[in-house]
Design a protein around this ligand. Structure first.
Ligand code: TRP
Length: 332
């Protein structure tokens, strides 16, 4: 059984792209592996040193994780700052992390450009904190997107370096976990690119969106002037609507509109109307669960406590061994 770990920064509500890109697979994965899912609240300070509502954001992501099907009894679902052993491992990794290699990381360069007035040490050492997240549970597999591959590479570097420096075979070299062909690309509604919360707010459909909001967003989605030749290729915005439809609708529905498109008889208004309906139906059980869980503070509290305890069992074991390996030993 592999140890799988995944983390998400609490910077906003989860959307359909998060669902199809990760959450949907987590639901199955948790039964086949030893899974750790955590909310990276320490990490969020690298870009938002004084978050408006850190606690509320953490709570929301936690609720949405649960609503999407993560079972806190089966997997370990916890908040990063509830496992301070992570911070200790981060400190120790930083002692063997070099300025040059950290400065070369693409995400660091991007962030430094975006926030020139706040190029803080946390931003520079983001990869060592992420390595600590992963290696505190000695995880083997990390389901991440392309943008996180370099961070994972750094994690392997820190793991190998630790093993070499202290002459042990302690940390595994974690690899990216691919969901294989099941991974569906979820585009946004603004005509190009993938669904993202940072773009235009109408481009993403959030798991907590009310039906009316979903309809409004879908009806406003970018399209084109319509096909003029039979069987012509689709423009990106139209292809995107079909991709969304493939994710949430019955195959017959996709086929139906595809045939209309090929015959140049398609009316985008009809397609959008059906797409909105199907997204609403698809999201409904998740939205209902979000509401139910939100209203149940006692349950949330219980889940957080359980996650903290389970994460601590694994994390404290690792840090105890790391201390022993480096030479922080007890006096008898
Ligand atoms: N860097 C990840 C992101 O921006 C979040 C993250 C933090 C993470 N620690 C992690 C992901 C550990 C996987 C494993 O999305």
């Amino acid at each position: 059984m592999s140890i799988v770990l995944s983390g998400i920064r609490p910077t906003g509500n989860l959307h359909l792209g998060n669902y199809f890109g990760a959450l949907k697979n987590f639901k199955k994965m948790q039964h086949e592996n030893e899974c750790y899912f955590f909310i990276a609240d320490y990490h969020s300070l690298t870009t938002h040193p004084t978050p408006d509502d850190l606690h509320g954001n953490v709570r929301q992501v936690l609720i949405e994780y649960l609503a999407a099907g993560i079972d806190p009894e089966t997997a370990t679902l916890y908040i990063q700052s509830d496992l301070p052993e992570t911070a200790e491992l981060y400190l120790l990794f930083n002692m063997n992390a070099y300025k040059g290699e950290l400065e070369r990381v693409t995400t660091f360069k991007d962030k430094a450009r975006k926030q020139p007035d706040n190029v803080n040490a946390g931003l520079l050492t983001y990869p060592s904190l992420m390595a600590a997240d992963i290696l505190i549970h000695r995880a083997h597999k990390v389901p991440v997107g392309k943008d996180q591959e370099q961070h994972l590479e750094m994690t392997r570097t820190f793991a190998k370096r630790f093993n070499r420096l202290y002459k042990v075979d302690f940390f595994p070299e974690p690899v990216a976990y691919n969901f294989g062909e099941e991974l569906i690309k979820i585009p946004g509604l603004d005509g190009s690119g993938k669904m993202s919360k940072s773009d235009d707010e109408n481009s993403a459909i959030f798991l907590a969106d009310e039906p009316k909001v979903i309809s409004k967003k879908v009806m406003k989605a970018v399209t084109d002037a319509g096909p003029t030749k039979m069987n012509s290729p689709k423009s990106e915005p139209v292809e995107n609507l079909f991709s969304l439809m493939k994710a949430v609708s019955e195959p017959e529905t996709v086929q139906y509109f595809n045939d209309l498109y090929n015959k140049c008889e398609i009316r985008y208004g009809d397609l959008k109307k059906k797409l909105a309906e199907d997204i609403i139906t698809f999201i409904e059980p998740i939205r209902e669960r979000i509401k139910e869980i939100s209203a149940n503070d006692a349950y949330i509290k219980k889940v957080v406590k359980m996650g903290k305890e389970k994460a601590h069992i694994s994390g404290s074991k690792t840090i105890k061994e790391v201390r022993e390996i480096i030479g922080f030993r007890e006096f008898n």
